[in-house]
Design a protein. Structure first.
Lengths: 283, 269
């Protein structure tokens, strides 16, 4: 090596306040972008409401729900699927933010994020938190409308469900991020919808209790049990009634960590991005 | 496209700051491959502080790959990239905080205002909100867009967007500025404005600039030049010396001789 490679390595690092500034900046920007995309907010709300108003009304008479925890009385079908729809909002939001990451990567916006001098794992974590914060806005807006539709969990439930929503939002967001790292082009995203969102949603306890699934098909029951989305739904369902489903909590926490490490690994420059070819711009 | 102004071989290069011990940018033995395709082959050169270095190459020469390596979007496969002596692989935080980048594709949030775009960038660098607001106002004033601060970026012209991107790249006060074909798609007036603005940064603030281009007329006699072709550095040094060593009259013909190219459309290579 010649003299030009003189290396003076005296890292100054960043104070904690810089990390906080960065985090608030990323969340603030996601929030602004979300507010500017009103149609995204509307469609994020309309989707679960269609399920609630139409699907649930139609199925009310078909599906009888027995008394199962955390419910203490017989409940209407609408009440049963509400937590599943909350998780669905987060599932779509997680996949949509990963879609926007693919879009940002194609369009170059991702570069402004990744050339920040703060550690990359932290930037990606901020991005996940920002996406989760946006999903919380959507979920609580849904809960307000659902309340008017007589889905009235205990008042304290609105508070106790918050940590569950944060965790499930992080899990689904990091899953989306992991998937986005493997998508080369925007067009491939329709496949993600078909192969990730729909199977995860239908093979879960979102629309029907698992004991009913077990009656129909024991194999599908095991698939549903192994589906992390089932546990996100159950975690939210119990938390909404002030209870903790420990198994679901453990599964969701573990999956969050695994997906997050996977996503950070995939976005590591020495492994992921550079292998595939120049992103945006030629040469 | 305007006719390129030929640069005479005899012109002496301007005095350079030779005292600086650590180059703003050191590229040493960089090779990069996408699978079997080799995009860069043993690329080495330096950019000094307070100097304007033009990275001249055709589309596909490897300029954007090189930029992706310097900005750590890609991991380095072989070689070394240092920014003021900080190894981009070993110490990316220190290296990136001294670096400002203007990428070739536009990377602004079109639906956010000018100020919001700048504040977001400042946050990514951990600059406090108050400080960021002050710097944003100052920089917007300097690029003549102070009265547009609250407008959406979408309403700006192409040249204004580029000026905003340059202002954004300077927000965290870097000492090295990379620009990847920043004048692509701009009209003659906007091009000239951008170029003179960046040259001003070099002379007045001592920033080291690496300017990737395929347009000969953006290069002046006082610049440093790196000619990149098919992933290899064919020539580097002060413009006058590169031209003389190629036995040519100007950058245009020097490039043609070096690359063996036959035809040269317009002002571009």
């Amino acid at each position: 090596m010649s003299s030009i490679t003189t290396r003076d390595a005296t890292p100054r690092g960043f104070p904690l306040s810089a990390y906080m500034t960065c985090l608030t900046g990323i969340v603030w920007r996601e929030g602004l972008r979300f507010l500017h995309q009103r149609e995204r907010f509307v469609s994020a709300l309309v989707r679960p409401l269609v399920w609630l108003f139409i699907f649930a009304a139609g199925f009310r008479q078909v599906l009888g729900i027995s008394i199962i925890p955390p419910y203490e009385t017989y409940i209407l079908y609408e009440v049963y699927i509400a937590p599943g729809l909350m998780a669905m909002i987060q599932l779509f939001n997680g996949m949509q933010s990963s879609l926007s990451m693919v879009y940002d990567r194609e369009m170059g916006n991702m570069r402004t994020l990744l050339v920040s001098p703060l550690p990359r794992w932290f930037l990606l974590f901020c991005k996940l938190l920002a996406g989760t914060a946006v999903s919380l806005l959507q979920v609580y807006a849904f809960l307000v409308i659902a309340w008017a539709w007589d889905i009235t969990p205990p008042p304290l439930g609105y508070l106790t469900v918050l940590p569950a929503l944060v965790l499930s939002g992080l899990m689904l967001g990091s899953l989306g991020m992991l998937i986005s790292s493997g998508i080369k082009q925007l067009e491939n995203f329709a496949g993600v919808m078909n192969f990730v969102i729909f199977p995860m949603f239908f093979a879960s306890s979102a629309l029907y209790p698992l004991w009913r699934v077990q009656e129909g098909s024991p194999y599908l029951y095991y698939v549903c049990q192994a589906n992390p989305f089932t546990h996100a739904v159950e975690l939210i369902r119990f938390a909404l009634y002030g209870q903790i489903n420990w198994i679901s909590l453990a599964v969701v926490a573990t999956c969050t960590i695994v997906f997050m490490i996977g996503a950070i690994y995939a976005y590591d420059p020495s492994r992921g991005l550079g292998r595939r070819g120049p992103a945006g711009g030629e040469g | 496209m305007t006719t390129p102004a030929p640069i005479a071989a005899s012109t002496e290069s301007a005095p350079r700051l030779e005292a600086a011990a650590v180059p703003a940018l050191s590229i040493d033995g960089i090779s990069h491959a996408y699978g079997p395709r080799r995009a860069l082959i043993d690329v080495s050169f330096t950019v000094q502080p307070a100097s304007f270095t033009a990275l001249l190459g055709l589309n596909g020469a490897g300029k954007s790959t090189l930029f992706s390596l310097i900005t750590r979007l890609f991991g380095i496969q072989t070689g070394y990239v240092g920014i003021f002596g900080h190894d981009i692989s070993q110490n990316p935080g220190e290296a990136l905080r001294l670096l400002g980048v203007v990428f070739q594709p536009r990377t602004l949030d079109l639906d956010l205002s000018l100020t919001q775009n700048l504040l977001y960038h400042a946050a990514l660098h951990g600059i406090s909100r108050r400080e960021a607001a002050a710097r944003s106002a100052e920089l917007l004033g300097r690029i003549g867009l102070a009265d547009r601060a609250g407008n959406k970026v979408r309403d700006l012209s192409g040249g204004q967007m580029r000026r905003l991107e340059i202002a954004r790249a300077l927000l965290h006060r870097p000492r090295l500025l990379l620009l990847d074909e920043p004048t692509v798609g701009l009209d003659v007036k906007a091009r000239a404005d951008i170029i003179s603005h960046v040259r001003q940064l070099v002379t007045e603030q001592g920033i080291g600039v690496l300017w990737a281009t395929h347009l000969f007329d953006e290069i002046t006699a006082s610049d440093d030049l790196v000619v990149l072709h098919q992933g290899k550095v064919l020539a580097k040094g002060p413009v006058g010396r590169v031209i003389a060593e190629a036995g040519a009259q100007d950058v245009n013909s020097a490039f043609m001789r070096l690359t063996g190219a036959q035809t040269m459309p317009g002002g571009g290579a």
